[in-house]
Design a protein around this ligand. Structure first.
Ligand SMILES: Cc1cc2nc3c(=O)[nH]c(=O)nc-3n(C[C@H](O)[C@H](O)[C@H](O)COP(=O)(O)O)c2cc1C
Length: 343
């Protein structure tokens, strides 16, 4: 996977690789997130029947081949001429699920045509009617859930901000809104609304009829409020270290969130997942599944859909191996006793 990053950085224009690799503040959030997953220590089980290792599971009712999904990431046309459509083809072959960013410049129909199940990630715009239009179009195109991201109100520094890219706005535009809809809107209408609240969860559920996940949760109290507000689940995330450098890593935040809402809702995790051991750590700590972000994006840039497929099938094969070593035959058999100090 690191090999994809080095090659992608060689191939991509500097402003695009800077945006993909960026972390918040003084940096370090991404590396610390990875290190926290690597620090988890396992307590493998002995003498378990391992004649069949089954990685299949379901996420909000959608069957997937493994509990590894691809995170919603903006600006994928910067990595590949087909962006999320190429990503989706790889995801479909791997039997995984794709998160599709509000800031995609690929039509929803092209994502749907890949056959990959997908969830639409929502940033609520200042003009809520634009969000409503986008959500309706995502529903019509077959999105199976909404992922409300609540952790990215601060913009990245100007030198890595896509709004300053030479090709902008074409590549960063919300293509799923028409040019006339965008032209008719106030110039600030598409900015993120800084005044959203837990009520937004219920609103999104009402206008879409879809389950809503809240992404960017790092605390038990916020998780509980999200679920009380109607969320079907939460994603424990630091946005890949892009929100706030010195924040708690997701491996450390996950147990309190699972303790608060794990019985009532599905808990997902991302930020720094780089290996099947990391996936197993998250599952043992109570995650239903994880998202990978940059590893898939670098692979898309370096090798297109084939690169992403290689990342996903590699994680799948490695997860079977790790489950064998752990004495876990099925995803449902993951539990906190597999991890030292987390019982
Ligand atoms: C280039 C890039 C763009 C992203 N865009 C979005 C986005 O539009 N919406 C969102 O919810 N998260 C976005 N994320 C965060 C990812 O969904 C995910 O939380 C993060 O990448 C996971 O961390 P990892 O990259 O260490 O795997 C983005 C991440 C990257 C690297």
């Amino acid at each position: 996977m690191l090999d994809h990053e080095a090659r992608a950085r060689d191939l991509l224009p500097a402003h695009i690789s800077a945006y993909y690799g960026a972390t918040a503040g003084s940096g370090g959030g991404s590396a610390e997130g990875i290190a926290a997953w690597s620090a988890v220590r396992f307590r493998p089980r002995a003498l378990v029947d391992l004649s069949t290792i089954d990685t299949a599971t379901a996420v909000l009712g959608t069957p997937v081949s493994m509990p590894v999904l691809v995170a919603p990431m903006a600006q994928q046309l910067g990595a590949h001429p087909e962006g999320e459509a190429a990503m989706g083809r790889a995801v479909a072959t791997a039997g995984s699920l794709l998160g599709v960013s509000t800031n995609t410049a690929v039509p929803f129909a092209d994502v749907a045509a890949t056959g990959a199940p997908w969830w639409f990630q929502v940033y609520v715009t200042r003009d809520h009617s634009l969000t409503e239009l986008l959500v309706q179009r995502a529903v019509e195109a077959g999105a199976r859930a909404l992922v409300l991201t609540v952790d990215m109100l601060a913009l990245l520094p100007p030198d890595v901000n896509p709004r300053s890219w030479p090709e902008s706005p074409a590549r960063s535009r919300m293509t799923n809104l028409t040019a006339s809809e965008l032209a008719a809107a106030d110039p600030h209408a598409v900015e993120m609304d800084p005044a959203i609240s837990f009520d937004t969860v219920g609103w999104l559920h009402r206008i879409s009829g879809l389950p809503v996940l809240v992404k960017g949760i790092l605390r038990a109290d916020d998780a509980a409020r999200a679920v009380d507000a109607g969320a079907a689940g939460v994603v424990v995330s630091t946005h890949g270290g892009r929100r706030l450098g010195p924040s708690v890593p997701t491996a450390a935040a996950l147990p309190e969130v699972v303790a608060a809402v794990g019985g009532d809702a599905e808990v997902y995790a991302d930020s720094g997942i780089r290996s099947a051991e990391h996936v197993a750590a998250a599952l043992a700590l109570g995650a239903r599944a994880v998202f990978v972000g940059r590893p898939a994006l670098w692979a898309l840039a370096a090798d297109g859909a084939d690169g992403v497929r290689a990342v996903l099938t590699g994680l799948h094969t490695d997860l079977q191996q790790v489950m064998t070593q752990l004495g876990v035959a099925r995803i449902a058999d993951f539990s906190p006793d597999l991890v030292s100090g987390a019982r």
